[in-house]
Design a protein around this ligand. Structure first.
Ligand SMILES: Cc1ncc(COP(=O)(O)O)c(C=O)c1O
Length: 509
């Protein structure tokens, strides 16, 4: 009976003949379990009461930052109560089980149809079904799109009796890491266009110069993870069209609209970047970024069936009718797609427009404050304003100071704000920058609080003696190294990646 003292009163077995001293620990923190080491490597032999386990996990997670103050991430941190309730009600459903849950399949199709039409997919009629899938995020959508492009290219090469063993992919080296994964996992050569110290978006002419008969597609980013700037899809299209015609090639463009796909159509509708551009064959978008759903949903859409070769599709029988399946994993949660459908239904185009317009205004306000800091002498703005890029603000120090952008990020962290400092993409890595992503819950009011804290952070660094600033930077470096060693994570252990070769830092997303 010795274990009874671990058990809170409401979990005790009544009627047992045990002494009073065995009943003393009736609270979570009075229980013997609270004084035990938490299992880290081996599962404990004994159960623990639900209330205690839940409290311990809860407490552990309190060590994380506050998602609402996490200005590093593009991923949604606010949804309405109604959406959360719907998601909770459906937590036990497996999305892939379309036979048992046909409504889920229908909801996914509706989302694909609405998103494809938002991107001007060329469909025969208002009732035509668009071609696309829900994914876990943009990464899965991009890996699927690269796979489809590679297989289509191989089929064309085989049919023409040409070699098909050296596929390549042309893209900006500032791509999100999922593009490197796609290329490596699917054995496609990476052909990078490199940023310079004053250009961070792909140069269409230089990119098209990298294209040859082995290019499976060109990637254009609608909203660079680094600075939010949009790449010029139309200019890329025009030059590529010319080259295709001249050299008898058939190279298409994939638009990585992970963040911009739900922003540009509402804030900058005149920008032509989607299926209106003739060579755009596929587009990905993260539902969990500006699609305003919680983490775990992305979308891939294709122009037409011509870009999805049959041999990568699997037909599953669903209620007697065959359904095409094109995903990397099988089982997954259904609730993110439900959350996405709720948002599309709830907000409609005017709702998205209102939110994205407000975010753009807030980003512009923050950009003006940053640019005007210290009479305009402190910072250089690296992001675009007025809806010409994503609603984010990226900036760097104008002059050499006795502290850097990383020190500002650390000062802000001590006030609760999570703002990433990172170095620019390869070949421009000497530049360091800070980035604030303006998400739905970063209101004008919260932005003003942030500016107050940024001002205080910079003031305290300006007043800090150089020796103290150096010491804090060193101490931070030491802490991060020992944290990496303790968790057996070796930064840049991989030699094959842009991080391994160039020390590329990926902005959090
Ligand atoms: C341009 C771009 N592409 C792809 C991704 C990967 O998206 P996800 O996190 O949805 O897999 C990101 C993430 O921020 C991104 O910014």
């Amino acid at each position: 009976m010795g274990f009874l003292s671990n058990v809170p009163s409401d979990e005790r077995i009544d009627g047992l003949d045990v002494g009073h001293d065995q009943y003393v620990s009736t609270t979570v923190y009075g229980s013997a379990l609270a004084a035990c080491e938490m299992p880290r490597f081996e599962m404990a032999e004994e159960e623990m009461p639900a209330r205690i386990a839940a409290r311990f996990v809860h407490d552990e997670l309190l060590m994380d930052g506050n998602p609402s103050l996490n200005l590093a991430s593009f991923v949604t941190t606010y949804m309405e109560d109604e959406a959360e309730r719907l998601m909770l009600e459906n937590l036990s459903k497996n999305f892939i089980d379309v036979e048992e849950y046909p409504a889920l399949g229908e909801i996914e199709s509706r989302c694909v149809n609405m998103i494809a039409r938002l991107f001007h997919a060329p469909l025969d009629s208002a009732q035509s079904e668009a071609l696309g899938v829900s994914t876990i995020g943009s990464s899965e959508a991009i890996i699927l799109s690269v796979l489809a492009a590679k297989r289509r290219w191989q089929n064309m090469r085989k049919a023409a009796g040409k070699p098909y063993d050296k596929p390549n992919l042309v893209m900006n080296a500032a791509v999100q890491v999922c593009w490197e994964k796609a290329a490596r996992y699917l054995e496609v050569e990476e052909r990078f266009w490199y940023c310079t110290e004053d250009r961070y978006v792909i140069d269409p002419k230089e990119a098209v110069d990298l294209v040859d008969e082995n290019t499976i597609m060109v990637c254009a980013i609608l909203g660079s993870t680094y600075t939010g700037e949009y790449e010029d899809v139309k200019a890329l299209n025009d030059l590529l069209q010319e080259k295709n015609e001249k050299e008898g090639m058939d190279v298409y463009i994939h638009v990585d609209a992970a963040s911009g796909g739900f922003v540009a159509p509402f804030v900058n509708p005149q920008l032509v970047w989607d299926f209106r551009v003739p060579l755009v064959c596929s587009i990905n978008v993260s539902g969990h970024k500006y699609g305003l759903a919680y983490a775990g949903v992305g979308w891939a859409v294709w122009r037409s069936k011509a870009f999805l070769p049959d041999e990568i599709l699997f037909t599953v029988n669903y209620l007697g009718s065959p359904q095409v399946s094109f995903t990397l994993n099988f089982s997954k949660s259904a609730v993110q797609v439900i959350g996405q459908y709720y948002q599309l239904l709830r907000l409609g185009k005017s709702g998205y427009r209102a939110i994205m317009t407000n975010l753009t205004k807030t980003a512009d306000f923050l950009a003006d404050m940053v640019a005007g800091f210290d009479g305009g002498n402190k910072f250089v703005l690296m992001s675009k304003k007025g809806g010409e890029g994503l609603p984010l603000v990226a900036w760097r120090l104008k002059n050499k100071e006795h502290y850097d952008e990383f020190a500002i990020a650390r000062q802000l962290r001590s006030r609760g704000w999570i703002v990433p400092a990172y170095t620019m993409a390869p070949h421009a890595e000497k530049l360091k920058l800070l980035r604030v992503v303006v998400r739905e819950d970063f209101s004008r009011h919260r932005c003003e609080t942030f500016i107050r804290d940024l001002t205080a952070a910079v003031k305290s660094l300006d007043e800090m003696p150089k020796e103290v600033a150096d010491h804090l930077a060193q101490a931070h470096l030491h802490r991060s190294h020992s944290a990496a060693n303790n968790s057996h994570k070796h930064p840049y252990h991989d030699k094959h990646s842009l991080a391994g070769k160039h020390g590329k830092t990926h902005g959090v997303c």
